[in-house]
Design a binder for this molecule. Structure first.
Ligand code: GLY
Length: 346
């Protein structure tokens, strides 16, 4: 097929790469490739750690996504971090949250090992000795999304030229189907299907980073820290529904750093190397929108909200299978949120 992919974030690029591998003709257009959420994402491949913050159904999709990642990362030549996630509670009330999450995971048969303060200190000695307890989630992983984007850009050509915005509409581009992967600004008539949810992140460089992804509650404030082998630690992320352009705020950065250094006091000495804010693409029910619309020429690969990196390889397979005749996945089929088109009698 001849496929026009709009959007060169991790979703559009992953879809394009899969279609190219299967022998389709693909054109990717994006006036600002990799400039959206995936360019600053922490890269948690962590359906267990994210379960509390995910809509029902996302856990199932996330586990399917995680299962694809080892093979996907190997194919792209990017390393996966081998350790899991440690949930950490700073005080007794935070521990209630951590235990609630462990109970939710147990209901789904996902390994979640309770840790008392002594066990927590053994697993991750850099954590504060004042933590109330935690939970080890050994199945989670992480990856550097920037390495993934770079690997995909080596395999997929992106048209970022002046006609990229209007490609397929008036640039005379022939295609059989158009895949919309434009993050939180879907074009009409689908623009109402995504809303921007701001996330602020801080990148630190530390000579003593944690070994695990740390997902914590600090006196009620949620925070996560994703370490890389290079010493980079990504601290995230605020969650804010808004209509303003995404920009980091003093309050957001202050809360993130306060929570991060409370859990890992050694990060006080870390260098701040980047502060960024991007909008996550949230759908009305917080489930992805991957599949057909009522227009046979338009397929969505959108609405991934907090889970774009985790779900990129799964989305690529779902879109490519759909274009080759498979049924859409009922969990992600966008038509659940789309009105049937009006038909008029002759
Ligand atoms: N996946 C983490 C976040 O969106 O902040």
């Amino acid at each position: 097929m001849r496929v026009l992919v709009r959007g060169a974030g991790i979703i559009g690029l992953a879809v394009a790469e899969e279609l190219l591998l299967r022998g389709h003709r693909v054109r990717v257009v994006d006036p600002a490739p990799c400039s959206g959420a995936s360019g600053v994402a922490a890269g948690m491949l962590a359906p267990a750690a994210e379960a509390t913050w995910a809509a029902p159904g996302v856990l199932d999709l996330g586990l399917r996504g995680l299962a694809l990642w080892p093979g996907y990362a190997e194919r792209l030549g990017v390393p996966l971090a081998p350790a899991g996630t440690v949930l950490v509670a700073r005080d007794g009330r935070d521990l209630v949250e951590a235990r609630r999450q462990a109970a939710l995971l147990a209901e789904h048969g996902i390994e979640a090992v309770p840790l008392d303060p002594a066990a927590l200190a053994q697993v991750e000695p850099r954590l504060t000795s004042r933590a109330a307890g935690g939970v080890l989630l050994p199945g989670d992983r992480s990856v550097d999304p920037r390495a993934v984007l770079a690997a995909l850009l080596e395999r997929v050509e992106v048209d970022a030229g002046d006609d990229a915005v209007d490609a397929g509409v008036d640039a005379g581009v022939e295609h059989d189907v158009e895949v919309l992967a434009t993050g939180c600004s879907l074009p009409a008539p689908h623009s109402h299907l995504v809303r921007p949810v701001r996330g602020e992140v801080v990148r630190l460089r530390s000579d003593d980073p944690p070994s695990y992804v740390v997902r914590g509650w600090v006196f009620g404030e949620p925070v996560y820290l994703v370490p890389r082998a290079s010493g980079e630690v990504v601290v995230g992320a605020t969650v804010e529904e808004h209509d303003e352009p995404a920009a980091p705020t003093a309050g957001g950065v202050r809360r993130l750093l306060a929570a991060a250094t409370e859990l890992l006091p050694g990060l006080d000495r870390a260098a701040v190397v980047e502060v960024a804010a991007r909008d996550r693409p949230g759908s009305p029910d917080d489930l992805p929108l991957v599949g057909p619309t009522h227009d046979p020429g338009v397929v969505l690969a959108a609405g991934h909200f907090r889970h774009g990196v985790l779900l990129a390889p799964l989305t690529a397979l779902l879109v490519a299978d759909l274009l080759e005749g498979a049924d859409p996945d009922p969990l992600t089929d966008p038509r659940r949120l789309l009105e049937e088109p009006c038909t008029t009698r002759p």
